[in-house]
Design a protein around this ligand. Structure first.
Ligand code: IFM
Length: 734
């Protein structure tokens, strides 16, 4: 059994930005990048906030980073010791990913002796607005120590600065920073309290955008000097009295003391693991990578609200504009459905609450219904720009059509809602706006249908499928099948609710002509063209004309790269005129609808598309891994599963799309790893409303044990190579 610790031994300056992601701690309200307390904005520290955005000028709108209340560095005999400038004798970082605690341990040589600095910190999982840090200094010679600790308001931003005004103040031994945002004048309040068991001379100073305590004392050789910081973050979007709440919270934390609050934090993590831990017998590294992925999903789960979703890069920073993509419903949702359905509901409620934004987007293109934002921010605003990539050669923005043409996004929302209904058995979300979402998504697709009179069928033309390299194609198999699914679901819920719930029926009937809608959706589901496997090869074309593209190998295509950061898609992209695709597309469809295809078709398409897939998105490998399990090839699935589960551990994924930085954590990949383990290797699925497991473990795995929540009960699943035991452990209490 591994020890639940991820280490970095030695100081490697080149790892600073990646470690920010790898050693992240978070609690869904905020994420703290795995940087060191002394880091300034050139090292990308960030306390990234969920669901609050700002825009400066015409730059991309992005989520806020709070003023950094962890900021701390030391001086010994008037000389500062801080990374990355002052190289240490020894340095290591460790993340306890069972409990979300980050440790650092650094030793410098002062010439006269050694100076040791240790710190540990966490974002409380129990009290989402609270961060706490313990910091210790020890030297092996006597000397004068000066600690600089406080709040650094000069935060790292990609498209900032966002705080037009920063009010720094102190009162009653607390220090505070309030940042006022550029566009909406939202306020972000940070309050810090300090506590130490040793005495020092204290002074509070402001230095540019920092407010600092300067603590001076004479240190005795060999003595540990420990102090604690309690930091609270509230915004004016959380509550009116955000600063009073911030003050109250740090006062309370200081009174309770570090040991008490870390204990409740740890207990909260243990509660999460009591349901979500996955035990794998026979493969400690896979078990570590998988549970580390699960750790990241816990760190970003919105538990402080009942309506919020998760950004594509979680809470690791402002990459991808902090926006919500289809990643949530198609890749992360299952983890929450299976382990914490209330979080799943919160994620979907966000989509219900942003329906108006989706309707506005559809309208802006001249369509009815709901066209969800490709990159969704507050209120469903689509942050995706028309020019989402910068060309490395001309340095000019390139016109991309992700926002306009990835219409499959709306079907992902429908898919998520229906999965929630099926796995929880609760109709609450449907009654609470879910039905309208499904109907509006179906209306959108209906309006887009192109009737081919000669063939008596409908088509969907000019779209982009999950493989974003081929833009504006006709009849993308995935998109068409998901649109058909949307029509089927819409028809199903209309029939289901018509006579079941009188109030709802009245409400819906006042809004829509349900008889006409039902007829239309049933007709559309029947006649929408779904590309079929070719007679002999059994290959399903990804879109019309795909078969005519150049069939080049991935290796050869890579050899044609003129610049390692060049963009492969779009009008002139390297891959655009070839069969090389960015990520699972047909394979995603086959995975979702595997029951509709023969084993031969599943296998032939897997074998055809896998070598033609760059896996240029972290969303790709897990889809191939899951389909490989369905094709009885767990050993082929295994490396793809490891790739997904290790994305944030090894940090080797793509960091650039053209000249745009896209690094960060990869929650969709983490969710995909979970799905592969639970639904792929353990083979969990629903059959006639019953939970079933059809295990397909990799050769070297002996067994898997985990729990999932299904229809309000907790089930323990134990699978060996070919046997599955599902035991009901009783009611789940949220
Ligand atoms: O949603 C994905 C998309 O499928 C590929 N590019 C990155 C996005 C965010 O993860």
């Amino acid at each position: 059994m591994k020890d639940w610790i991820i280490w970095e031994n030695g100081f490697h300056i080149e790892n600073i930005s990646q470690n920010g992601n790898k050693f992240l701690v978070g609690n869904g309200y905020l994420g703290i990048r795995g940087t060191l307390p002394e880091y300034e904005k050139s090292e990308f520290p960030a306390i990234n906030l969920a669901g609050i955005y700002d825009q400066v000028g015409v730059a991309w709108r992005e989520p806020l980073n709070a003023p950094n209340g962890l900021y701390t560095y030391i001086e010994f005999n008037n000389k500062p010791y801080r990374l990355p400038g002052d190289l240490p004798l020894n340095h290591r970082m460790a993340l306890d990913y069972r409990h979300g605690i980050l440790y650092r341990d650094t030793v410098w040589d002062s010439g006269d002796g050694k100076i040791k600095v240790k710190s540990e910190r966490f974002a409380s999982l129990e009290e989402k607005h609270l961060i706490a840090m313990k910091y210790s200094i020890c030297s092996d010679v006597d000397g004068e120590v000066r600690i600089h600790t406080g709040i650094d308001g000069d935060v790292w931003d990609i498209n900032g600065p966002h705080y037009d005004e920063l009010i720094l103040s102190d009162s009653d031994q607390l220090i505070q920073a309030v940042g006022i945002t550029h566009k909406n004048k939202d306020k972000v309040g940070v309050c810090e309290a300090y506590d130490a068991s040793f005495s020092s001379q204290k002074q509070i100073i402001t230095l540019g955008r920092k407010i600092l305590r300067v603590l001076s004392f004479h240190a005795k050789a060999g003595v540990n000097y420990d102090f604690y910081k309690y930091i609270s973050v509230y915004t004016s979007k959380d509550c009116l009295n955000y600063i009073d709440n911030a003050i109250e919270l740090v006062k309370k934390a200081k009174e309770e003391g570090y040991e008490t609050i870390i204990e409740s934090h740890i207990a909260e993590w243990e509660t999460k693991w009591s349901i979500s831990e996955v035990i794998i017998d026979g493969d400690d590294s896979a078990m570590e990578a998988l549970n580390y992925s699960i750790y990241h999903l816990h760190c970003i789960a919105p538990r402080h609200t009942d309506s919020l979703s998760i950004a594509a890069r979680g809470l690791s920073g402002q990459m991808y504009k902090g926006a919500v993509f289809w990643d949530t419903e198609m890749f992360m949702l299952d983890f929450f459905l299976f382990t914490e359905p209330t979080v799943a509901k919160t994620l979907l409620k966000y989509r219900i609450d942003t329906l108006e934004g989706a309707k506005r987007k559809a309208q802006s293109y001249g369509y009815q219904g709901a066209f969800y934002a490709w990159e969704s921010q507050e209120g469903g605003y689509d942050a995706c720009s028309d020019y989402n990539v910068i060309d490395v050669f001309t340095k000019r923005p390139m016109r991309t059509y992700f926002k306009d043409k990835q219409i499959h996004i709306s079907s992902a929302i429908v898919y998520g809602i229906m999965r929630y209904v099926n796995y929880t058995g609760n109709l609450d979300l449907l009654a609470d706006g879910g039905i309208e979402v499904i109907i509006e998504c179906a209306r959108f697709y209906y309006d887009l249908l192109l009737k081919k009179v000669d063939k008596d069928r409908y088509e969907l033309n000019d779209v982009i499928g999950p493989d974003e390299y081929h833009e504006r194609v006709n009849n993308n198999a995935y998109t068409n099948r998901m649109a058909k699914y949307t029509f089927e679901c819409a028809a199903h819920v209309i029939k289901m609710y018509r006579h079941m719930n009188k109030d709802l029926d009245d409400k819906l009937s006042a809004q829509y002509n349900m008889t006409v809608l039902l007829e239309r959706f049933e007709d559309a589901a029947l006649k929408l063209y779904i590309p079929q496997p070719e007679d002999t090869s059994k290959i399903i074309r990804q879109f019309d004309g795909y078969e005519q593209l150049e069939d080049v190998s991935l290796k050869e295509l890579k050899g044609r790269l003129l610049d390692e950061k060049e963009y492969w898609g779009g009008a002139y992209g390297l891959a655009s005129h070839t069969k090389i695709i960015k990520q699972a597309d047909v394979v995603t469809m086959l995975n979702i609808f595997s029951g509709e295809y023969s084993d031969e078709i599943l296998l032939k398409n897997w074998e055809y598309y896998e070598p033609r897939t760059e896996h240029g998105s972290s969303l790709s490998a897990c889809m191939y891994a899951m389909l490989a399990c369905k094709c009885n090839m767990p050993d082929k699935a295994y490396p793809l599963f490891i790739k997904s589960a290790s994305t944030d551990l090894v940090q080797k994924g793509k960091q650039w799309a053209g000249l745009i930085y896209i690094g960060g954590t990869h929650p969709a990949s983490s969710g995909g790893a979970y799905m592969t383990a639970v639904e792929g290797f353990a083979g969990i699925c629903l059959e006639d409303g019953k939970l079933k497991a059809y295990p397909n473990l990799p050769r070297h795995w002996n067994s898997m044990i985990f729990k999932i929540i299904y229809r309000g009960d907790i089930y323990k699943i134990e699978v060996t190579k070919k046997l599955a035991k599902i035991s009901n452990l009783g009611k789940y209490k949220a």
